[in-house]
Design a protein around this ligand. Structure first.
Ligand code: BTN
Length: 276
């Protein structure tokens, strides 16, 4: 069984910026609280863009909306990339979508599995969660002559044993080796994610985010579906009809009115009429 290995990961890297920060090596931890927290700490210490923090296990892995991210040893990719993007604050959410597209490219290339993307950051397969993205702007990480930091945290389940999961998650999670039926080398997958993320970040910087949105739409399991969203002004229900160029979700209400959701959480109506 192959496990995440820094030498193997770096030997597979085809990037020129991500994972190649000048004067600062990448990190692989046997066990850490959260790779996102470690990358934020490095950002506050002034680490340059491109540094990658990897872990074989997280003891305090974090998901969106304050949820925990289960991270048993060697069960997945736990990876955080420190970026310092040269873009407007308003373009930052695009990096979450870009990370989702990067994961979909890498998973297809390494495991031959086609994933779905649920707005805004869920990686799904067969209606179950395979991975997620947590993009955060760490406070206190901006220094003179340095652009503000953005930490993109990526979790992908590769090799789970359902017994290790809390009961409420068992029916809702998926993992790559289960789908492909093949052992997977996590170092190869992490290197492929880094390469795809670099390509997509370059597109954002070149003002070509529209092509990322188009690729995201090609993987969407959200558009055309009946959704429920929690917004600061309450819950709303409607059909997810489009994604804007900035990555916001357009929902059409039964009144015909459209609402643009820049951030937040949605649930999708299933064939049983329930929302998940
Ligand atoms: C979600 O779907 O809720 C986002 C999950 C993000 C998990 C990854 S694992 C690596 C990085 N470190 C963390 O603590 N979280 C992210």
């Amino acid at each position: 069984m192959s496990i995440l290995d820094l030498e193997e990961f770096e030997s597979q890297l085809k990037t020129s910026l991500i994972g190649r920060a000048r004067g600062h090596g990448n990190e692989l931890w046997e066990t850490i609280g959260s790779t996102n927290d470690r990358a934020a700490e490095l950002a506050r210490q002034g680490a340059p863009a491109g540094v990658i923090v990897l872990a074989r296990q997280q003891t305090a892995g974090r998901g969106r909306q304050g949820r925990a991210w289960e991270s048993p040893a060697d069960s997945g990719i736990f990876m955080s990339v420190l970026l310092r993007p040269a873009c407007r604050q308003a373009d930052l959410p695009l990096h979450t979508l870009a990370a989702g597209v990067a994961v979909s490219r890498a998973v297809w290339q390494i495991a031959g599995v086609r994933v779905g993307l649920k707005w805004v950051n869920d990686i799904v397969a067969g209606g179950k969660k395979l991975g997620g993205i947590l993009a955060e702007v760490p406070g206190g990480s901006t220094r003179e002559h340095q652009r503000p930091a953005l930490v993109v945290g990526i979790g992908i389940n590769t090799r789970l044993s359902p017994e290790s999961l809390p009961d409420e998650l068992k029916a809702r999670v998926q993992w790559l080796e289960n789908l492909s039926g093949q052992p997977l080398d996590p170092s190869l997958l992490a290197a492929a994610v880094a390469y795809a993320l670099e390509e997509l970040c370059r597109l954002i910087e070149e003002g070509q985010a529209a092509s990322i949105i188009a690729e995201w739409k090609g993987h969407s399991v959200t558009l055309g579906r009946q959704v429920r969203a929690l917004t600061p002004s309450g819950e709303l229900e409607g059909t997810a009809v489009d994604l804007t160029d900035a990555g916001a979700l357009v929902i059409e209400l039964s009144s015909g009115q459209t609402v643009v959701l820049n951030a937040g959480e949605i649930t999708i109506r299933g064939i049983d009429g329930g929302y998940a």
